[in-house]
Design a protein around this ligand. Structure first.
Ligand code: A2P
Length: 395
């Protein structure tokens, strides 16, 4: 009788080669060459640790096979093969496999075991509508510098219009940008992921456009490409991506947003959504935002105009002359009363976005906040994660 297995595969068309899955796999079953990231069927034992961290969902592909696709075969793929017809015997076996592995996959999707879950009230996102081989082609409608001209960091606000193409996004989702050209070896450049910084109904209301917040990185291929774009230029866009770091739709949700630098992008989107769709929302809406100085803080000017009735702002700076360095976590420790009240509420969502180092710092600050009010962060945090109320996106 033919033996079927359920093989874990990565979609080369959607994968952006960030290698997060490789880091997440506890048994080193995931590897890559210059072309693709692949799963070794001989090693994969369905831990599912790689599923949630993947920013695009490319990791989440499965095929019933009677003979596993080899690493060499997978390295050569430009797209995933269709599910092959395995015949009756293997089909029956496949059903048995579905029971076992299917349940593991369902659990990985449901976010058990502390994996990310979307807020209960979040809208259902569209994902993976456009890929490298079928990108959406957007037109640059505007590109503006949003840090001071003499600031060390050059951060741009870039508006992309989709014309007649429907490109639905929700606040918190990302898109992939396909840099033009190819590498020395002839392979296309890797796609880069950027958070959308506009609300779901567009940068311009009903304009079918999105905004991105991009920092020019030294020798950064994609960031320099984006930051040099001019009005009218065409850009290939993939995605949308992301199904958990999403804004709660319930206006009574308390939303605490903590970010550094361009990590502010999704929170600009959240703020715009709250302003447009939930005037007079009952829930608190709080932003802790860290930058080197006001001139280095993306959107400093526009943020100053956002009323405190809409957004409680804590803008903190690390490099002001004659002033001690302050990080977001330092400011949070100065607001333990408010934060502890919020942590006690089942309506509170925490979103963290920005530098990787901030994650531990913020976690420790929240533990301190809890300790000061006889709460246990070690109990609150896993509960918040399971309920889709604690979200982290760092890089
Ligand atoms: P610093 O002055 O120490 O670099 P950047 O400008 O590099 O994008 O960083 C944004 C802000 O995040 C800066 O104020 C930076 O401070 C701050 N920062 C750096 N490391 C951390 C950290 N581990 N936790 C919180 N904030 C940090």
């Amino acid at each position: 009788m033919t033996q079927a297995i359920r093989q874990h595969l990565i979609d080369p068309e959607i994968c952006i080669r960030c290698y997060t899955c490789e880091d997440a796999c506890p048994i080193d079953a995931i590897t890559h060459d210059d072309n693709n990231v692949v799963v070794d069927a001989a090693k994969c034992n369905y831990t599912m640790d790689c599923i949630a961290p993947c920013p695009t969902g490319a990791i989440d592909n499965w095929r019933y096979v009677t003979e596993a696709y080899s690493l060499d075969e997978q390295f050569g793929w430009d797209e995933l093969p269709e599910q092959a017809d395995l015949g009756d015997d293997a089909g029956t076996l496949g059903e048995a496999i579905e029971d076992d592995i299917g349940e593991l996959i369902a659990r990985a999707h449901a976010g058990t075991g502390g994996r990310p879950v979307a807020p209960a009230s979040a809208e259902n996102p569209s994902i993976n509508l456009f890929s490298r081989s079928h990108p959406a082609v957007a037109t640059v409608q505007g590109a503006y510098r949003i840090t001071d001209d003499d600031a060390g960091s050059d951060v741009r606000h870039i508006i992309l219009g989709f014309g007649e193409t429907s490109f639905p996004v929700l606040e918190g989702q990302s898109v992939g940008i396909v840099p033009p050209g190819s590498r020395e070896d002839g392979r296309p450049h890797d796609i880069r992921l950027y958070s959308v910084s506009s609300a779901r109904d567009g940068e311009k209301r009903n304009g079918n456009n999105i905004a991105l917040t991009v920092k020019r990185e030294d020798k950064g291929l994609c960031s320099n490409y984006l930051c040099d774009l001019k009005r009218g230029d065409k850009v290939e866009v993939t995605g949308p991506f992301g199904s958990t770091f999403l804004m709660p739709n319930d206006p009574n949700s308390h939303v605490v947003m903590i970010c550094t630098g361009t990590g502010s992008a999704p929170f600009r989107a959240f703020t715009e959504r709250r302003r447009r769709a939930m005037p007079g929302a009952g829930g608190k809406f709080v932003l802790y935002f860290g930058a080197r100085s006001p001139g280095e803080l993306p959107y400093f000017g526009p943020l100053k105009k956002v009323p405190s009735s809409l957004l409680e702002q804590h803008l903190v700076y690390s490099r002001l002359p004659d002033t001690p360095k302050e990080y977001v976590q330092d400011r949070m420790r100065k607001h333990t009363d408010e934060l502890s009240h919020l942590l006690e509420s089942d309506r509170t969502h925490i979103f963290i976005c920005g530098l990787k180092g901030m994650e531990t710092g913020v976690d420790e600050a929240l533990a301190d906040v809890c300790r000061a009010h006889s709460l246990a962060w070690s109990e609150i945090k896993p509960r918040m994660r399971e309920q889709g109320r604690y979200h982290v996106e760092t890089y």
